[in-house]
Design a binder for this molecule. Sequence first.
Ligand code: AKG
Length: 202
Amino acid sequence: MSQLSLFEPCETVLVNDARGRIVYTPGFVSEYEADHWFRELRRVVEWKAERRVMYDRELDVPRLTARYRLDSSGEPMPPCLRAAAERVCLALQVPFTSVGLNLYRSGKDSVAPHNDHLHELERGQPIALLSLGATRRMTIRAKQPPRRAFHTDLERGSLFVMSYDTQVHYDHGIPKSDAPVGERISLAFRVRPSAPASAVRY
Ligand SMILES: O=C(O)CCC(=O)C(=O)O
């Protein structure tokens, strides 16, 4: 075994069947980069507090968010976000066109179980989540029997990749945590369909 392969990130395949493929890779980027990128993004991104209609009521989204297009050379973007996008695109060989950022300020912030809307994804392309900052637990549940559930701690510097098909068969979410937990930023990379652009939220 070469010395290089000793330091290659080691991936865990959680799902790999007719319902899709889900892979967790700790150490996708180094702790140094993960910490540097976290500090930069925390500081320079214009984080937004959103409200959305959920369960027939308009509620605060329990985290701060931001979005960037990756396919528009005109849009200003923090250099470390561009570097992260290039790293993820190269590793997965996927031409991601958008990145959504989530800032979880404490254990009270969360994302409810959901799947991505298929009409907002290019058919066949995966979603990749790069984690920076504190570790948070991701819960994945199958929608139909056999009702499998996975609970994966997303460490800083890790990459979590869900294939397109998994959005049909599984929900994913980040539950609230009662334990004290530091801030976390996730970068959610997606390929948006090329048309009709007006219907797609970048
Ligand atoms: O923060 C995460 O890792 C999950 C984010 C997520 O599910 C989403 O942006 O749709």
